[in-house]
Design a protein around this ligand. Structure first.
Ligand SMILES: NC(=O)c1ccc[n+]([C@@H]2O[C@H](COP(=O)([O-])OP(=O)(O)OC[C@H]3O[C@@H](n4cnc5c(N)ncnc54)[C@H](OP(=O)(O)O)[C@@H]3O)[C@@H](O)[C@H]2O)c1
Length: 264
């Protein structure tokens, strides 16, 4: 295994990370590289993916990029085959690719509903199913699905997004149940507000409510006991734990990391 010589909490592990071109996915890729993992990175923007690759490669280890749309089944079949061919195995899958668009339920277009379901849910299903077949045969593996607090509770003006993330939490639990006997762990991370490009999409909430974006952000922060938005790197820390042997005893969990916004 190429990564064996490098130390780290993920030393010797091969990880496939979706949505690695920016934001949380890029932060996870970089922390994984730092912790000794070899990487197979995907997203649709090839140029941004190459930027992530260049940053990750500084830590040594193998980094392979493969632009693909996770909502397209045929593209995912080819992508997982390429990952197995280039890295030899998938020890960790991080299903992070996601899209968000705010709208009141009565104004949500079927096209927007479809898009969020296709990327956030079907995309995760596509990659997860193929990776799990491989992990089941090897009797080892870790899946980390990036869901959201939106997968745990209600939110105004984002019913399509919440529906997709609730479904992802359900998929995580069922997969964990089936995969447990094979020694494969399946967990989800449920971030609250994280400072990425996706947070900019919250502007639409202001437009719907007729209030400035700054007020929307202040109202959001008022619900967070820590009174700040999280950094993508903070989500990556939890993803390292879930991708490593440190979390071998944990499966089927959907872990909130949201500055205390939701306490259950
Ligand atoms: N930011 C937050 O506050 C927050 C909170 C809770 C959960 N999340 C979740 O965290 C994950 C990452 O979000 P982020 O905040 O980092 O958002 P982001 O900056 O918008 O990044 C989204 C990533 O997903 C990729 N992606 C989108 N559609 C794709 C597709 N069809 N196929 C492959 N890749 C695709 C994007 O790459 P390309 O554009 O290059 O395809 C990008 O790398 C998402 O699942 C999101 O729902 C975010």
């Amino acid at each position: 295994m190429a990564a064996e010589a490098r130390p780290g909490r993920l030393a010797g592990r091969a990880a496939l990370v979706t949505g690695a071109s920016r934001g949380i996915g890029r932060a996870i890729a970089l922390r994984y590289a730092e912790e000794g993992a070899d990487l197979f990175l995907t997203a649709t923007s090839a140029a941004k993916l190459e930027e992530t690759k260049a940053l990750a490669a500084r830590h040594g280890g193998k980094v392979v990029t493969h632009p693909a749309d996770v909502s397209e089944r045929a593209a995912v079949v080819a992508m997982v085959e390429a990952a197995l061919k280039t890295l030899g195995r998938i020890d960790v899958l991080v299903n992070n690719a996601g899209v968000y668009k705010a709208a009141r339920l009565v104004d949500t277009t079927p096209e927007d509903f479809d898009r969020m379901m296709k990327v956030n849910l079907y995309g995760a299903f596509n990659v997860m199913q193929l990776a799990l077949r491989h992990m089941q045969a090897r009797k080892s593996g870790k899946v980390v699905n990036i869901a959201s607090t939106a997968g745990k509770w209600m939110s105004m003006n984002q019913s399509a997004y919440n529906a997709s993330k609730h479904a992802l939490v359900g998929l995580t639990r069922c997969a964990a149940l089936e995969m447990g006997p094979f020694g494969v762990n399946v967990n989800a991370i449920c971030p609250g507000f994280v400072e990425t490009e996706m947070l900019e999409e919250f502007r639409a909430h202001g437009e719907i409510l007729g209030v400035p974006f700054e007020e929307v952000k202040e109202a959001g922060l008022a619900r967070v006991p820590l009174r700040r938005f999280l950094k993508p790197e903070e989500i990556a820390q939890l993803a390292v734990y879930l991708g490593s042997g440190e979390s071998d005893g944990m499966t089927g969990q959907s872990i909130l990391i949201d500055g205390g916004m939701l306490m259950v």
